[in-house]
Ligand binder design. Structure first.
Ligand code: C5P
Length: 240
């Protein structure tokens, strides 16, 4: 069944405490599919607590934990996330952990009664070609490396990848219609770009192959977050 446009929008709750997060959840929940929580909120509040609170407010959760460690340790964390129940819809892992880490995680999730979609993070957008080559010693170009890691994720059984707007089309083209592509860095024309560099409008991002959009400040920093979310949904609605 095709996804409703609303279900494609996840709001990044990049706030420091739970009351601020829950205020946003209450305001925008009718217009979005769920909420992305990352390291700041999870470290402050605790992962089970943040998931429980958002689920109790009727929201689905994208846990952006970017897991990266030896296979046994990451598989244990994946099992712990699965035990949090069906409110957790997506979870991120660093593909740079390698095939063994990714496969062990997929196996750990497969036996759980409820499991989130597992998404691979390829190259962080804060890493550019100069850092990749100079600091990290990776000889192949940035795009080739992103594609290598996306293929590694999918060959290892992950459900999809996180890809910036400019990478989403390349990944979709190279990897076909199967994998989920989740795209941050989305900016409607009426919002400021902030520190994002290579941005795309929501409709364009969906057209280039993204399944889900992660949107933060255009909604969370708006004077009226509910109105901003409604406007964004209307823009996405028009394209599908
Ligand atoms: O406020 P904004 O819409 O830029 O928020 C985007 C969210 O997506 C933030 O939580 C940011 O950390 C995350 N993200 C990103 N680029 C990536 C991966 C994650 O902007 N490549």
């Amino acid at each position: 069944m095709p996804l409703h446009p609303r279900d494609r929008i996840f709001v990044a709750l990049d706030v420091a405490d739970l009351p601020a997060a829950l205020t946003l959840v209450e305001q925008v929940r009718p217009y979005v599919g769920g909420f992305k929580v990352g390291l700041e909120l999870c470290t402050t509040v605790g992962v089970p607590q943040v998931v429980e609170a958002i689920a109790a407010a009727g929201g689905a959760v994208f846990l952006d934990l970017k897991l990266h460690d030896i296979p046994n340790t990451v598989a244990g964390a994946v099992r712990a996330v699965c035990a949090l129940g069906p409110a957790v819809r997506m979870l991120t892992l660093h593909t740079q952990g390698g095939a063994a880490m990714l496969r062990t995680s997929v196996e750990a999730a497969a036996v759980a009664p409820a499991r989130p979609r597992l998404l691979g993070v390829t190259v962080l957008t804060s890493i550019d070609a100069a850092v990749l080559a100079g600091e990290l010693g990776v000889a192949e170009g940035l795009e080739a490396h992103v594609l290598r890691l996306a293929r590694l994720a999918l060959d290892s059984g992950l459900d999809g990848v996180v890809a910036s707007p400019h990478e989403a089309a390349t990944v979709r083209q190279a990897c076909g219609p199967g994998p989920l592509i989740v795209t941050p860095g989305v900016r409607p024309a009426w919002a400021g770009v902030g520190d994002q560099r290579r941005v795309l409008g929501p409709a364009e991002a969906l057209r280039t192959g993204a399944d889900y959009l992660v949107i933060g400040r255009p909604i969370t920093a708006a004077a009226d977050p509910a109105a901003a979310a409604a406007r964004l949904l209307a823009e996405c609605d028009g394209t599908l």
